[in-house]
Design a protein around this ligand. Structure first.
Ligand code: 3SL
Length: 232
């Protein structure tokens, strides 16, 4: 039986062998939730990049550019990192280059994997179904915050483990920790996360509705997958 494991921060990726594995990259608040929302609203391709300058350069090839640093839209870019910025129809059929503080980094640092898919609560069942069919060993790569552990990405990992129980071996300590955390919190994730550092950080920026939106389960049946240099 294939296994599912959880890497709590991209800084811990050097401890894992990604070869032959499926990585689920996750940054619940908000990068991967925003990417899933963008695909659900008709975006064609997403180029996740690590650096502001590189991102800016994609404008020359017709991409919309999106950038966030420390929770705020970076100046001079078309879009920020709020899922609501990707809903109006203005992104339909477009390619987007995006860089965020942690989420795009988690994706790019996972490139040695056999498959990279982008996960969020918003597409949780689509992720679970894809992995169940694929039957590769899975590593959930939590974006965390500047190298440190965070609660919201770990909760997503736990939710995914819960959906894959019986289909994957779930016996690693990190996998069990994520599962138990999710089972403790799932009755009211918004309340549970009120004390988390990133929710407090974002609340200073008054983006309550982003937080509540990003915690919705199964809103979209889309699955962003990494192909060569982009998510499709
Ligand atoms: O760190 C990231 O990649 C972002 O998702 C952070 S924020 O939610 O936009 O503040």
């Amino acid at each position: 039986m294939a296994s599912i494991d959880v890497c709590f921060s991209p800084e811990l990726l050097h401890l894992y062998d990604l070869k032959g594995k499926a990585v689920v990259a996750v940054d619940i608040l908000r990068a991967t939730s925003t990417m899933v929302t963008a695909f659900a609203h008709g975006v064609a391709n997403i180029f996740p990049v690590m650096d502001l300058e590189e991102c800016r350069g994609y404008a020359a090839q017709g991409c919309l550019t999106a950038a966030e640093r420390n929770g705020i839209k970076a100046e001079g870019f078309d879009l920020g990192n709020s899922p609501f910025g990707y809903m109006g129809g203005s992104v339909q059929g477009r390619d987007i280059a995006i860089t965020t503080t942690n989420g795009t980094r988690a994706i790019r640092l996972s490139e040695a994997a056999e498959e990279i898919i982008v996960g969020a609560f918003l597409n949780l069942q689509a992720v679970a179904d894809y992995l169940a069919a694929l039957q590769l060993d899975v590593l959930v790569v939590c974006a965390g915050w500047k190298g440190q552990f965070n609660l919201e990405d770990t909760l997503f990992a736990g939710a995914l483990v819960e959906r894959l129980q019986g289909k994957f071996s779930t016996e690693n300590d990190s996998t069990l920790a994520a599962l138990y955390l999710y089972q403790t919190a799932k009755a009211d994730l918004v309340a549970f996360l009120r004390q988390s550092s990133h929710v407090r950080r974002l609340e200073h920026l008054e983006i309550h509705k982003d937080i509540e939106f990003c915690l919705r389960h199964d809103a979209f049946n889309v699955l962003p997958v990494w192909r060569q240099d982009r998510l499709v």
